[in-house]
Design a protein around this ligand. Structure first.
Ligand code: MG
Length: 396
């Protein structure tokens, strides 16, 4: 068993909505609601399978809405949401054993604005708990009222949360919990796990991860989703550049890591992390392009969790901050300054690794090398310096 699947629950007919088309297929921010929801997971490297659960009448409209995206053959939902999720779980359980996921997220198709950061938080929580759900603490005062709208009482809001999807679970646990609670009327999968005796952890939700349940919600969602885009388009320049520079000294060891490539050597670079001087320069260049501090401010050397860390983590984090800021990489140019090791034999591997980490084509990644003619600290073989330039462009 391996990987994380996501079940997209889209079987509802949206009776509350009053429109002839189910709400998840209506358009918001230029695409069907469900396309935004599915694309968020399709773009996430941690998700292995996307399993839609739909009304049988919606096969064609789903295919139109998701054209070009990769997802598993949709399965039909049941009478209640719980039945639909159970059908989705059954489809995943019936995959060849090697493809059966060990974790599963369940997400409402009617939540189009799920962020990468929220998915990351749920996945991270599942490393330590068997059930994790996003929640937003209730801050408004709560009242219970009668049918006529007269207040009966004020309800204490302490410890109350509004919960959202995606909800994340260990696959085998959720499968068993659904089997054990079949027939019960439960409104979300966390309730299914609770009923089966599991502890469910709440992680930080997102106020903008709204569920579209009424035409008013659709208009509000349109504002939230297009506002971000138009604000970015209007206020941010189309292109920005950044530069980074780093030095690490040599010490005892048997390999040098440059651009994520391990090069056998009679010495190593010293540092708190793996001392990949080239990746550090690229990371700083990206942070510089989005004007968001430097590698030291995001990964302080005083923090023990980065001891010996592989530097691709730093670079990936910088890339996700850049993504959040509304930009993507245009190209990278790195110069490694050293007397040794010889970079030439490793240049292609370095470009490929850098391209892979940053999600860029190799033709947009340059790795160059130079010496300093035996002058200065690099010339004396005391260490390696690297400098990097990046260009980033606003996403449209
Ligand atoms: Mg460094």
């Amino acid at each position: 068993m391996a990987g994380t699947a996501v079940i997209i629950v889209a079987a509802g007919r949206g009776q509350r909505f009053g429109a002839p088309t189910p709400k998840q297929y209506l358009h918001v921010a230029g695409a069907p609601v469900i396309r935004h929801a599915v694309a968020a997971f399709a773009d996430h490297p941690g998700i292995s399978v996307i399993q839609p659960v739909i009304h049988p009448d919606d096969r064609e409209v789903l295919a139109d809405a998701l054209s070009g995206l990769t997802y598993a053959a949709p399965v039909a939902g049941g009478a209640a949401r719980q039945d639909s999720v159970r059908n989705g779980l059954a489809a995943l359980a019936a995959l060849p054993p090697a493809l059966v996921p060990d974790r599963v997220l369940v997400h409402d198709a009617a939540r189009p604005n799920v962020s990468r950061a929220l998915i990351d938080r749920i996945l991270a929580a599942l490393d330590t708990v068997s059930a994790a759900i996003p929640g937003v603490a209730v801050v408004d005062t709560l009242k219970r009222a009668d049918a006529g709208g007269a207040v009966i009482e004020t309800v204490p809001r302490d410890a109350l949360w509004r919960v959202q999807t995606p909800q994340g679970f260990r696959f085998a646990d959720l499968l068993a919990a659904h089997a054990a609670t079949a027939g019960a009327s439960l409104t979300d999968d966390a309730a299914v796990m609770e009923a089966a005796g599991h502890t469910v952890a709440i992680v930080e939700g997102d106020e903008d991860n709204l569920k579209v349940t009424s035409p008013g919600d659709l208009a509000r969602m349109e504002d939230i989703m297009t506002d971000t885009t138009s604000a970015l388009r209007q206020s941010l320049p189309a292109f920005r550049i950044g530069s980074g520079f780093d030095v690490h000294r040599f010490g005892p060891g048997d390999s040098i890591v440059l651009c994520g490539v391990d090069i056998p050597s009679d010495r190593a670079l010293l540092g708190h992390s793996d001392a990949d001087v080239a990746l550090h320069a690229v990371t700083d260049a990206i942070l510089g392009a989005i004007a968001d501090g430097d590698i030291g401010s995001h990964f302080p050397p005083s923090d023990p969790q980065w001891r010996g860390a592989a530097s691709d983590k730093f670079l990936q984090h910088a890339c996700s901050l850049m993504d959040d800021a509304g930009y993507e990489l245009t190209n990278i140019d790195v110069t490694i300054i050293c007397e040794f090791p010889k970079v030439g034999p490793h240049r292609t591997a370095m470009r490929a690794r850098l391209a892979d980490i940053c999600g860029l084509g190799i033709s947009c990644v340059s790795v160059k090398a130079t010496t300093t003619e035996q002058l200065g600290f690099t010339g004396r073989g005391e260490g390696i310096a690297a400098q990097a330039s990046v260009m980033i462009n606003a996403k449209c």
